[in-house]
Design a protein around this ligand. Structure first.
Ligand code: J2J
Length: 555
């Protein structure tokens, strides 16, 4: 049947009806959303891409009309290449204007962007392309000194479905993105049956706690609701200027309220090529940025740099901080240093997003991770047996609601354990609910390391370590770090009689397998055996305690 998507666990009809009746889902799609904004205010600036020159000479400014026209021509070009509705396209672009041209073109034809991060390498990209049977892969030529065209050639030779590699910049052996759009301005057929609001818009990446990252299917209806809700809470309107400092594809800068929230509001998006103060501060001054989002380590760097900066940051009204726990002590320093309101955000690509409110008392802003966007968000805090705990007690966070998925994409076995039978998502976060309904993140039950907002799935890294011929067993755990909050420590048991390996050589081996740099263990500890739990599993709790004690001892 048209629109039938077997890999996607749809919202049960009764819930979909409820979410529509409540006005959460309004039957919007991203393709039409941009068309409407462009019709309402064609000449307003949508995207500012400062390009490589710090003096502003290479800056590109696209109006809503221009972005809309570009998305149309790109959509027509993609259809001409045979990329159509339901096809998957892995998009791995840095913070450049083309990201929005491509993504809105894909939205318009109903092809699904798969949002890779710029740091991903062979092992991640190969998996995304193969697992989604991607028809195309969109890359920069060289980014951060890395040539993505070579990576694309390797992946293309391994993944038979991958018919096109589209390059923003010099294409090398591939196709230039600039050659995809049709020259004919009216080429995208207005009668083309694009996606329906209840259908999928894209696949987002999960932070992950399993051997390979899971993919998160989001619909137009549900995601656009999260944008509208975020905009209201963060007071984003047509006068707002959002600085995208984190990688644009990540769910936080994409949607909380992020670039897509800003575009929904008819606001302006400014793309920062890097999030460091030397790049971001001049952009804030020059473009009159009103809000942005950062992970905690960057918020610390900004807070420190603000004291001595020659740049005028007074346009900045709101700094969103999330992705990892922001310490209360650091949170208190934001307003005095940057002169703006701190807004904590505790979100996840699977759905649920919590914000402190702009007019909340200081104690709530610095001491909690906010409360849900929607009255339709259902929150449960439970014990190990899924029994609800009294308010104020610490337990596992389960959630269900109008923008939280009911299942990962093509992952029935995972879904059986990641969701309760009645559709609550098991976040893996350990939280406490305050009397006023705010959440405080107290820890984590999932087997993941949160490296300053960058998520590392322990099992994924263990698998890479186990590929080394001298390694018998591996266990990856977090260790405390004053700057990132956590770093990764790999405990390794070598094979008996195996060639001894040094820590540096093992890290080099892991890096050589082609994975995002932030996943390479920060530290390797060799041991003869792992501590066991009562049931004979590796006790990661004991390993975490051991490395924390070791670090504390050394000071
Ligand atoms: C503690 N842990 C947090 C916070 C996320 C907005 C903001 C962040 C994300 C994100 C996002 C945290 N304090 N303030 O998608 O829209 C940890 C939790 C959570 C996981 C989700 C958004 N904010 N976390 O970080 O999918 O463990 O989304 O379950 O990358 O990050 O990670 P991710």
């Amino acid at each position: 049947a048209p629109g039938h998507q077997p890999e996607f666990v749809a919202y049960p009809a009764e819930f979909a009806e409820r979410y529509r009746a409540a006005g959460y889902w309004r039957g919007e799609t991203f393709g039409r959303m941009l068309r409407d904004r462009a019709a309402a205010h064609p000449d307003r600036i949508a995207i500012v891409d400062p390009g490589p020159a710090p003096d502003g000479s290479t800056t590109r400014r696209w109006t809503y009309g221009e972005l809309d026209g570009r998305a149309d021509r790109m959509a027509a070009g993609l259809l001409a290449l045979g990329v159509g509705k339901g096809d998957r396209v892995v998009v791995q672009l840095p913070n450049v204007a083309e990201f929005f041209e491509v993504v809105f073109a894909l939205f318009r034809v109903g092809a699904l962007p798969v949002f890779a991060l710029p740091a991903h390498r062979d092992s991640e990209i190969r998996h995304f392309c193969a697992f989604t049977e991607a028809a195309a892969y969109v890359i920069p030529d060289v980014a951060g000194g890395y040539d993505h065209r070579e990576l694309a050639s390797r992946v293309r030779s391994e993944v038979p479905t991958l018919r096109h590699v589209l390059v923003a910049g010099d294409p090398g052996p591939h196709t230039a993105l600039a050659d995809v759009p049709t020259a004919d301005a009216g080429a995208f057929d207005a009668a083309y049956a694009g996606p329906e609001p209840h259908e999928l818009a894209f696949l987002q990446l999960s932070g992950g706690s399993t051997g390979v990252p899971k993919l998160i299917p989001r619909t137009h209806d549900d995601y656009i609701y999260s944008l509208r809700g975020s905009n209201e809470i963060c007071r984003v309107d047509e006068h707002s200027v959002y600085l995208c400092a984190l990688p644009a594809a990540h769910n936080f800068p994409l949607s909380s309220p992020g670039t897509l929230g800003a575009l929904y509001a008819g606001a302006r998006v400014v793309l920062a090529p890097r999030p460091s103060p030397d790049v971001a501060f001049p952009l804030i001054e020059r473009e009159g940025v009103t809000l942005t989002g950062l992970v905690p380590p960057l918020a610390l760097v900004w807070t420190e740099a603000a004291a001595a900066t020659p740049y005028d940051l007074s346009s900045l009204e709101v700094l969103l901080v999330g992705g990892a726990k922001f310490s209360e002590e650091a949170a208190r320093r934001v307003r005095p240093a940057l002169g703006c309101t701190l807004q904590q955000v505790f979100g996840m690509a699977e759905g649920l997003v919590n914000y402190t409110r702009l007019d909340d008392p200081e104690e709530i802003i610095v001491g909690t991770q906010g409360r849900p966007i929607s009255p339709g968000d259902e929150i449960r805090v439970v014990d190990d047996e899924d029994r609800d705990l009294p308010v104020g007690e610490t337990g596992h966070l389960l959630t269900r609601g109008p923008y939280t998925i009911r299942g990962y994409w093509r992952a029935p076995e995972h879904n059986a354990t990641s969701f309760t039978p009645d559709g609550f998502y098991r976040t893996g976060d350990v939280v406490r609910l305050t009397e006023d309904g705010y959440l405080v993140v107290e820890g984590r039950a999932k087997d993941q390391i949160n490296r300053g907002g960058e998520k590392v799935a322990a099992e994924e890294i263990e698998n890479h370590i186990l590929a080394h011929p001298s390694v018998h067993d591996a266990a990856v755990v977090s260790m405390p770090d004053p700057y990132l909050g956590e770093r990764t420590c790999a405990y390794v048991v070598l094979r008996e009689g195996a060639e001894p390996v040094r820590s540096a050589a093992l890290k080099k081996f892991i890096r050589g397998r082609g994975l995002a740099d932030y996943k390479v263990p920060d530290r390797v500890e060799f041991t003869d055996a792992f501590p066991q739990t009562g049931v004979g599993k590796v006790s990661k709790k004991d390993l975490r305690a051991a490395i924390a004690a070791e670090l504390a001892r050394k000071g």
